[in-house]
Design a protein around this ligand. Sequence first.
Ligand SMILES: Nc1ncnc2c1ncn2[C@@H]1O[C@H](COP(=O)(O)OP(=O)(O)OP(=O)(O)O)[C@@H](O)[C@H]1O
Length: 372
Amino acid sequence: MSVAIKIENVVKKYEKTTVIPNLSLDIKNGEFFTLLGPSGCGKTTLLRMIAGFNSIDGGYIKFDDEVINEIPAYKRNIGMVFQNYAIFPHLTVKENVEYGLKLRKIPKVESDRRVEEMLRTVKMYDYKDRLPDRLSGGQQQRIALARAIVIRPNVLLMDEPLSNLDAKLRIEMRSVIRDIQKEIGITTVYVTHDQEEALAISDRIAVMKEGVVQQVGTPCQIYKRPANTFVATFIGSSNLVRAKIKFENDDKYIVFNSEFKIKMNNLKKSVKDGQSVVVSIRPEELKISNKGLKVKILKGTFFGKFINYEFRLNDDIVFGDNKVCEFVQDISDVNIFLKENDEVYLEPDLKRINVFDEDGSVNLVEDVILYE
Ligand SMILES: Nc1ncnc2c1ncn2[C@@H]1O[C@H](COP(=O)(O)OP(=O)(O)OP(=O)(O)O)[C@@H](O)[C@H]1O
């Protein structure tokens, strides 16, 4: 029976080092939930705490309303899929998948029925008598997935299951995993550091940094309304530009420089006249115009559907250390290709940009639209 997972004020220390200071998350029953963040941010540590392989040094983890902190791993009824497949090399495909059912002493008729059904679900029935060394990486991962799910676990935990596959197979397996998860409706916690994979596969994502959750939301919410500049640059790319707020009559403006300001009335009430801010503009949120930020082109790269241009802004208005900025131009809008040293004005799409406080930690845009 699939369950909801509640993580309440969880703490994890390795000897004297605290890797998770105080983390809370609510994962809904049947949800595909992804933990996303850079290497070392504590994703695997948290997943292993849910599985029961790591002890919990504070707080609670609950399956539905039951606290599982002290329940040993083998009694939690977890299905797990790892990066390195971890299937048994000396057992056939069928034997690998039925392994967990044998441990649970499921009668042979029922076990055979479930194994066949599962092998058909992952499209590996025709390979049932093969040994793993005669399977491709993608096929081995399908077997690992089948083996994890066939026991009908409470939750399915996956730790970077696609990282050993080549790029094309990764994209194909993404959709296989997604389809199977939706078909059987099992609560799934998925760990990755690949933001594109997280956006493509998840119902919701928790973005983590140094053991702290930065934002929880649907892929669309996180992409369109990042909570801070870390999320804005970790998920997709963002140009970060310093500016100031100016109140004029009843309107609020973002002032980039003496030549260019934009009216922006969906800012939170807490913003103040004269306040310094950081504006986050994604490459697709800039277009060539007769007004805007004046920039000099460094280079353009042709991608077929679009052209990606790099440009540089004055050091004093760039936030953070990413000095090279980008904008993309849809190929259908292109009349002339820009060259190195060409100067253009770029105008941001004020309905889509994000505005943060001076240190980039709070989004100051009032949400008028909820991106569900
Ligand atoms: N057994 C351990 N003993 C001591 N420190 C550990 C141990 N396991 C992990 N750590 C540390 O805890 C922090 C979080 O590690 P964790 O493996 O959870 O990160 P991660 O986000 O999964 O990273 P990656 O994407 O590289 O797997 C890291 O700083 C790591 O060095």
